[in-house]
Design a protein around this ligand. Structure first.
Ligand code: 5GP
Ligand code: MG
Length: 188
């Protein structure tokens, strides 16, 4: 059995840093501008934050958005279960509120296969949302088995298993304000 490693990682503990804190801040500020410009001042938007991973991005994004027309609701969705491969099934809670007739902005951490976002988009459409937009912090440069249209994107990242800024490996590394690959001593 593997010994638990300390959970006080810093960016220096990563095998390689791919995205710095400054790049994250710049991307979030730009995405916030784009989101603000995409909606009218009187629009009421339900912002659905896909937990756990998107919490870090959403927290920073809402600081930048800074106005009251976004109703934030957190929504648990997962398709990785502590491993580095998507397991092929998306698990969600019940939708946190009615989306009938509403504009919904789905906020997620990373667009990899697209399975999670595709599933959520179908769910929202079936539940009667009239306008659904996607806002994702990272897009992996890979073949998306379930392609979806992204309306707002932070940054593209290489097709590698990454951690940091909400992205975890077995529950660790989410708090890092940078993104990178695991140190070499961790076997995937
Ligand atoms: P999907 O394959 O459905 O696009 O992505 C499913 C979920 O898997 C993402 O929302 C994210 O939580 C997780 N995921 C995808 N790629 C990575 C990755 O490189 N690192 C980590 N830690 N999680 C990932
Ligand atoms: Mg996710």
């Amino acid at each position: 059995m593997q010994c638990p490693l300390p959970s006080n990682e810093t960016c220096e503990h990563l095998g390689e840093i791919l995205v710095t804190s400054q790049q994250i801040d710049q991307a979030v500020a730009r995405v916030a501008r784009e989101v603000r410009n995409a909606y009218g001042p009187g629009d009421s938007v339900l912002a659905l934050v896909l937990l756990e991973g998107a919490r870090w991005f959403a927290d920073d994004l809402f600081v930048q958005l800074g106005e009251g027309r976004w109703e934030r609701q957190d929504f648990k969705a997962s398709s990785y279960h502590g491993t580095t491969q998507s397991c092929g099934m998306v698990q969600t809670d019940e939708l946190p509120c009615s989306v009938q007739g509403r504009s919904v902005l789905v906020i997620d951490d990373i667009y990899d296969t697209g399975r999670t976002l595709g599933h959520i988009l179908d769910l929202l459409t079936q539940a009667g949302a009239v306008d659904v937009k996607t806002c994702v912090m990272f897009e992996k440069q890979c073949h998306h088995a379930h392609p979806i249209a992204l309306d707002f994107l932070g940054l593209t990242v290489p097709d590698r298993f990454i951690v940091g800024y909400g992205l975890d490996f077995e529950g660790r590394y989410r708090d890092l304000k940078c993104v990178g690959v695991l140190p070499q001593h961790i076997d995937l």
